[in-house]
Design a protein around this ligand. Structure first.
Ligand SMILES: [Zn+2]
Ligand SMILES: [Zn+2]
Length: 135
């Protein structure tokens, strides 16, 4: 797997990933909807293979997870929860990524203004197979 890089919109926060990136999972939970303005699409990589540069700010979104964003431009970059992987919001990767969307999670919480119609697997809530798998 080639090294991947990414950044926030303004470039104040950048990161480099040397570990394997998981396929992209779309999360439709209320937190992801509030933080992104729609829903989140995220890959992930082992935490110790992601090097972050810049003043990323962390918001404790729950008892078990925090969300990383740029304090200057507000870009949502990371979801850091239980497990060995750090979730990386796929839109912040420098392209081409070579990744594909694989599944949807927390579909029970999705907004009522859109449909999920791409034929990919949908989980009502969390699905460990989707979220922890590393390619
Ligand atoms: Zn920024
Ligand atoms: Zn979510």
């Amino acid at each position: 797997m080639p090294e991947a890089t990414g950044s926030c919109l303004c470039g104040a926060v950048t990161y480099r990933v040397t570990g394997p990136l998981r396929p992209v999972i779309a999360c439709h939970c209320t937190q992801c909807r509030k933080t992104s303005g729609h829903h989140v699409a995220a890959t992930s990589a082992p935490r110790d293979t992601v090097a972050v540069e810049g003043d990323v700010r962390w918001f404790a979104a729950s008892e078990t997870a925090r969300r990383g964003f740029c304090p200057i431009c507000g870009s949502n970059l990371f979801w850091d929860g239980p497990g060995a992987n750090l979730s990386i919001f796929a839109g912040t990767l420098d392209g081409p990524t070579g990744l594909r969307l694989k599944a949807h999670i927390f579909c029970a919480d999705k907004g009522d203004y859109y449909e999920i119609a791409d034929g990919l697997p949908q989980a009502a809530g969390e699905d460990p197979d989707f979220t922890t798998q590393v390619v």
